[in-house]
Design a protein around this ligand. Sequence first.
Ligand code: ADP
Ligand code: MG
Length: 399
Amino acid sequence: MNIHEYQAKAILKSFGAPVSAGFPAFTPEEAAKAATDLPGPLWVVKSQIHAGGRGKGKFKESSAGEKGGVRLAKSIDEVREFASQMLGSTLVTHQTGPEGKKVNRIYVEDGSDIEKEFYLSLLVDRATAQVAFVVSTEGGMDIEAVAEHTPEKIVTFSVDPATGFLPHHGRHIASAFGLKGDLAKQAAKVGATLYKAFVAKDMSLLEVNPLIVTKDGRLVCLDAKMGFEDNALFRHPDEVELRDLTEEDAKEIEASKYELSYIALDGTIGCMVNGAGLAMATMDIIKLYGEEPANFLDVGGGASKEKVTAAFKIITSDPNVKGILVNIFGGIMRCDIIAEGVLAAVKEVGLQVPLVVRLEGTNVEKGKEILRDSGLNVIPADNLDDAAQKIVSAVRGAK
Ligand code: ADP
Ligand code: MG
């Protein structure tokens, strides 16, 4: 689960990390009020979306100006003006995809005098089961280009959670930044603080880009991207409250209500499968025969009729879906339940696209009988290969 920059900064601040003062705002008036509560004379108006690259992003609406999703304002009137341009507009960055993301909230922050911009991030390194630090002097807005063209400017090391963050890790960060004296001490302290927050909050990613040196010699976390490990969310109810559903795929939210594992994809063939392995194999074989899956969907072992109905509705709500492949192995899940769920769903939402069903396992004959007697236009399939070929040709016929 990801959160917004201003929420991440509030968390960092609570651990004692250096962040600038600022306030979130949902209207231009709130933004102006926030600016009066900050010292000025420079304010930064920052679009809050769950994607990076905002500074270099562009709004779809020309009324929002060509200046990007992070803008420096020199007066309170300018803060209000930028806020009204950004709010409700759609920001496209290299991380949002061409459709962009609508800006529903902004962050008004105290402007900093920047001397240097560094890059610092922490993430879980699954290979070593440690917390990896990624450090570079080349912070700012183009870290991807640095990784591609001058990877030697990126320093990485891991911290063993058994020992935690040690003084030499702090020195490592300071020397990677080329800092000495008091700034080196600040860098070590920032590293230790971020590590502490990362572990305490069960984060999966914490990226500070840029971490700046101000003209008056202070290190400040000027941007913050924070993600939490979903499997640990149950022990952080305060983090769950920070969730912004408008940033997430509506179909995935609906699926999570029914405990369905659903991931929206770009293809045309909707898949309803039980078991993650079988779901992956189903997606692979669709690709093998030349089409693309519209989703990953694992209905799970103990799916009920309600769950199957919900799954079917979610799949059909995707306008890209030109055909559906149901591939169920009835082990714990009985094939007749699946058949009834499919029928119930079709009755509720109607069936506008070809449907191929491959059932195998417990009560398979009963399941096939239910579908056969339903009068529905279901294309039965005998095995995975057969099913994939049939749905691919059905989708191609419909094109
Ligand atoms: P993104 O990474 O999404 O582009 P950032 O928060 O990193 O957004 O902002 C982009 C750039 O804007 C930063 O690299 C920095 O140069 C500038 N910036 C951001 N916040 C401030 C601030 N409070 N004061 C001065 N400049 C800022
Ligand atoms: Mg940034």
